[in-house]
Design a protein around this ligand. Structure first.
Ligand SMILES: Nc1nc2c(ncn2[C@@H]2O[C@H](COP(=O)(O)OP(=O)(O)OP(=O)(O)O)[C@@H](O)[C@H]2O)c(=O)[nH]1
Ligand SMILES: [Mg+2]
Length: 441
């Protein structure tokens, strides 16, 4: 697996107990070493680590998250960005039929990937056909035929015919007439000159008009993937990219990040020679695996929950009468950050409603912390319907949160007060509308 060292460095970081800033520095050094070893562009590495360092020293973790945990989250986010961000790859074809044309340098893995793609889409329920339009490689048709047989997908070819463009056109026509959903055209990578390869690719594309041209890149090429992607794209717009042989090279990080920089989406990655060794590429998941998914999943979820914001939509929901502990939780968290409800309540001094949460008191912070712990100990059912919380449940929640049962009761009282407040607010709809419009009352 590429970038294995990062995982070790991070594990060391999480377990470490010493000085935080020193540990950050140490981890960043390791991270740089690993990325550069994996052939990631030095400029990208420096930019990444600068971002991580800045965020690590500047950002405050949300409540309930330690600084070290927050740091792991930062690394996870920044690495995901480096590998292409949060966008999910578009795997399903936009329409049917869908013609895919595979292009790429000699030996990059086009034919193997054609077989893998056919197999993948077949399992997804599509009717898939393969077209062998490589007239350069000896026995290219046989190679694809075998893969087709393994995948259980028909292969169109004209062994003996040297006109790749004609074969591609005929093959596409053949499967279109038969009503196939996805047609995958394998092309040659074996030309005497790269110019000829590019020219042939352009001609096939002009004649067949594929819905998607996929560039296949061998990960072993490292950061050179950037110039290859660019060159191909200039010849024919590349819809997406598949990076192959990530299992067999130490330079995978370089290839993936170089492609990400071009902005072309990496759709799949190839992780072996077998038909099923192809997987959709989603940067956060990939990074999760680099960092050790088991270790990081729980943490990311924890951070995600801690980052919850109380939004305008939540306010609308609350005002429409729907209130539960989840909303209260969000509200409490955003009260710490001067959430919208507090602002709104402050804007209407004449409303004559007592603010139930004593947010002015100095003790508020302590209290909110306690309440958050209490809510964290509730079950989903209790969060949605706090009304069911009886004495037994109160005791259990208190133990879980490390507080006294009285504290739980107090929160429930506040919850009731909040519910009442919402009801009162709802009756003053006129005022609320004005507030939303920003009219001063
Ligand atoms: N380990 C590993 N090997 C792969 C992967 N993808 C392809 N290969 C191997 O790479 C070699 C070349 O693959 P092909 O599919 O023939 O490459 P090609 O781009 O069609 O080659 P030409 O048609 O000659 O241009 C074969 O031995 C494949 O088994 C992968 O993801 N992992
Ligand atoms: Mg081939």
């Amino acid at each position: 697996m590429v970038l294995e060292g990062i995982r070790k460095a991070l594990a060391g970081f999480i377990k470490g107990r010493g000085d935080y800033e020193k540990a950050v520095k140490q981890f960043i050094k390791e991270l740089q070493k690993e990325l550069i070893k994996s052939d990631v562009n030095v400029k990208l590495v420096l930019e990444l680590t600068k971002n991580i360092r800045e965020r690590a020293l500047k950002e405050e973790p949300p409540p309930g998250i330690t600084r070290r945990e927050w740091f792991v989250h930062i690394v996870y986010e920044e690495l995901s960005k480096l590998f292409g961000g949060e966008k999910k790859p578009q795997i399903k074809p936009h329409k049917k039929p869908w013609i895919i044309m595979l292009v790429g340098l000699q030996g990059s893995g086009k034919t193997t990937t054609a077989g893998k793609l056919a197999y993948y889409y077949k399992l997804e329920g599509y009717r898939v056909g393969l077209v062998a339009a490589d007239t350069f490689r000896p026995a290219a048709y046989e190679q694809l035929s075998q893969l087709g047989k393994l995948a259980g997908v028909p292969v169109y070819g004209e062994p003996g015919n040297k006109d790749a463009i004609k074969i591609a056109v005929n093959g596409a026509k053949y499967f279109l007439e038969k009503g196939f959903d996805i047609i995958i055209i394998d092309t040659a990578g074996r030309h005497h000159r790269e110019d000829d390869l590019i020219r042939e690719m352009r001609e096939i594309a002009d004649r067949v008009k594929p819905d998607e041209v996929i560039l296949v890149i061998d990960a072993a090429i490292g950061q050179q993937a950037y110039s290859i992607a660019k060159k191909f794209h200039e010849a024919t717009p590349i819809g997406s990219i598949i990076v192959t042989k990530l299992d067999g090279t130490a330079k995978g990080g370089g290839a993936l990040t170089a492609v990400a920089v071009t902005g072309a989406p990496i759709k799949f990655i190839g992780t072996g020679e077998k038909l099923d060794e192809l997987e959709p590429f989603y940067p956060p998941r990939f990074v999760g695996r680099i960092l050790g998914i088991g270790d990081i999943e729980g943490l990311i979820e924890k951070v995600r929950r801690a980052k919850i914001e109380f939004t305008e939509k939540d306010l609308e929901e609350m005002l429409s009468g729907k209130i539960n502990m989840r909303l209260v939780y969000k509200q409490l968290i955003s009260l710490r950050k001067m959430g919208p409800l507090r602002k709104i309540l402050q804007m209407i001094p004449g409303l004559g409603i007592k603010i139930p949460l004593e947010i002015e008191a100095g003790k508020a912070e302590e209290r909110i912390k306690k309440w958050l712990a209490i809510i964290n100990s509730m079950t989903y059912e209790e969060l949605d319907k706090p009304e069911i919380i009886d004495r037994r449940r109160i005791r259990r929640i208190a133990i879980g949160a490390g507080v006294r049962p009285e504290d739980v009761k107090e929160l429930l009282r506040q919850y009731e007060a909040m519910k009442k407040l919402m009801r009162q607010l709802r009756k003053r709809k006129d005022l609320l509308e004005k507030m939303k419009l920003g009219v001063r009352i």
